[in-house]
Design a binder for this molecule. Structure first.
Ligand SMILES: [Zn+2]
Length: 514
């Protein structure tokens, strides 16, 4: 999911540490593992995590034996069965799947392209997820640029693109903020099929595909599908087309793109297993990553690494024989790549127990070492979490902030006023591997995975076991204010995910009443 939102530029979120001073005045300092009694258990868990880990073995199986696993496909179903079997084998309790449906299924077919003039050679493309097909046998057309920064006018003039290939570029100044442009881009793509556009080169929204000779697939919105074929083209091929256009030439290109949609909704399921709490089993910390992936390779770094981290963390705790005060619920989400569908489905299915949740802890930024924790909007928890981070100082320097991560399964928890905690990673290669043909086991270093899994185990156990409850949901108004302050409003509104109406808005920003 990160592809769509982060691939194109992202709104900077502001950190708010206002809570720090407040806390200093009102409360005794929060205790860390050295003072709160959790240390002996954490030492045992760290031993299991570092010296007895199977995380890389899990990642190898998921990558090589299951492979790419797009939500709702037989490969993804196989991944669910695999995940549940691993959870059972390591002794997790209450292992089961939680079925839900996504609006429509999609299967990639073939994607071929060729430039016919002014030169002739093959072009390297792959279809974006949940986009359509050319007529059987393909279609050709002249290449015309479409300016993402002026997409509103492009939509008005879409009739000029009939029978053409649209190449999306970014020229001049953006006509409005990024998220508004993105929402309009979605309207443009919706209209393009009926308007007779042959194909759209625009998987990167006018940017270029990262890496040498790589394409990056992905979905172009939350639960969004389009009848027009939209492709990601390698930077090298796209660059050549743009240079011809800049010289006033009109390249002619042939596409043959074939994908299939299901006729209706398709079934998928989150995979769930628990370590039940010894004192407050009804209070729950969710820990997870996403099991679904794209299909140009094995889905190792996005997000096999998160699944192997989660299973490695679960195993370290289970084998340590330590039982936390509260329940740790491990969830392998599906549907993440289509719009965080698995975690939104989880919130719906568990609505009645949401008041008992402590938050969720997620790793979904690829193969790199964890470099910090982002507490998903909860500035009040920064001073509470700090002593835990300090206790790991000899292991790794770790940053801590209250940033909301909206590109993965942390977001639904942040919207619910709970800490959707993102394990932030130092992940410079991820821009090449994620959603691309390079997303294979070669990208993950086993030692990094092992230590990430151990860190996840330690954080999960500490949160669930510390004597005081870590977090309870914030009321809606406080959550709405926080999301606005962290610049999430525009994105959530653009994608119809903003549930708060005017709540939390400054008087002057409120919509006029009718
Ligand atoms: Zn991901």
């Amino acid at each position: 999911m990160r592809q769509v939102l982060a691939g194109l530029t992202v709104v900077a979120a502001s950190l708010c540490f206002g809570g720090l001073q407040l806390w200093a005045k009102d409360k005794a300092p929060a205790k860390g593992p050295d003072e709160d009694g959790t240390k002996p258990a954490l030492v045992k868990i760290a031993g299991e995590g570092f010296l007895n880990s199977h995380a890389f073995q899990y990642l190898t199986e998921l990558s090589d034996d299951v492979g790419g696993r797009v939500t709702g496909t037989p490969a993804e179903r196989k991944a669910e069965e695999w995940g549940a079997a691993k959870m059972k084998a390591m002794g997790l309790e209450n292992v089961h799947t939680e079925k839900y449906t996504i609006w429509r299924g999609w299967t990639r077919g073939t994607a071929e392209a060729e430039i016919l003039s002014p030169v002739r050679h093959k072009l390297h493309v792959d279809a974006m997820g949940w986009t359509g097909s050319t007529p059987a046998g393909g279609a050709e057309g002249e290449v015309v640029t479409v300016n993402f920064f002026d997409v509103e006018n492009e939509l008005k003039n879409i009739a000029r693109l009939k029978g053409k290939v649209a190449l999306v570029v970014q020229k001049g100044k953006p006509s409005s903020n990024f998220m508004t442009l993105f929402a309009k881009f979605s309207d443009f793509l919706k209209a393009a099929g009926p308007a007779g556009v042959v194909a759209i080169v625009g998987g990167q929204g006018g940017g270029k595909s990262s890496g040498m000779n790589l394409t990056h697939t992905g979905i172009l919105g939350f639960d969004a599908d389009f009848s027009v074929p939209v492709v990601s083209m390698t930077a090298e091929d796209q660059g050549q087309l743009e240079r011809f256009l800049d010289r006033g030439m009109t390249p002619r290109v042939r596409f043959n793109v074939q994908n299939t949609f299901s006729n209706g909704p398709v079934e998928t399921a989150n995979v769930v297993g628990e370590i039940r709490g010894r004192e407050h089993p009804e209070e729950i910390l969710v820990v997870g990553g996403h099991l679904d992936s794209w299909d140009l390779a094995e889905g190792t770094t996005d997000n096999g690494s998160g699944i192997a981290t989660t299973l490695g963390a679960a195993e370290a705790i289970a084998r340590s024989g330590q039982r936390p005060r509260r329940t740790i619920r491990f969830v392998l989400f599906t549907g993440e790549e289509q719009g965080l569908d698995g975690s939104f489905a989880y919130m719906k299915q568990h609505q009645s127990e949401m008041a008992n949740h402590l938050g969720d802890l997620v790793l979904d930024a690829g193969q790199g070492p964890v470099k910090g924790f982002q507490l998903g909007g909860r500035d009040d928890l920064v001073p509470v979490f700090q002593p835990f981070v300090d206790s790991l100082a000899n292991l790794r320097p770790l940053q801590l902030d209250d940033k909301v991560e909206s590109g993965t399964d942390t977001l639904p928890f942040s919207i619910a006023g709970l800490p959707g905690i993102n394990m932030n990673q130092d992940t410079s290669d991820y821009k090449y591997t994620h959603h691309s043909a390079a997303d294979a086991l070669e990208a993950q270093k086993p030692d990094v995975l092992t230590s990430n899994a151990t860190l996840m185990a330690l954080a999960a156990y500490w949160i669930a076991d510390r004597p005081e409850r870590f977090a309870s949901p914030w009321p809606a108004e406080r959550t709405a204010k926080m999301l606005r302050k962290q610049n999430e409003y525009e994105e959530l509104k653009a994608f119809n995910l903003w549930p708060f109406g005017d709540l939390g808005a400054e008087e002057k920003d409120k919509a006029p009443e009718n």
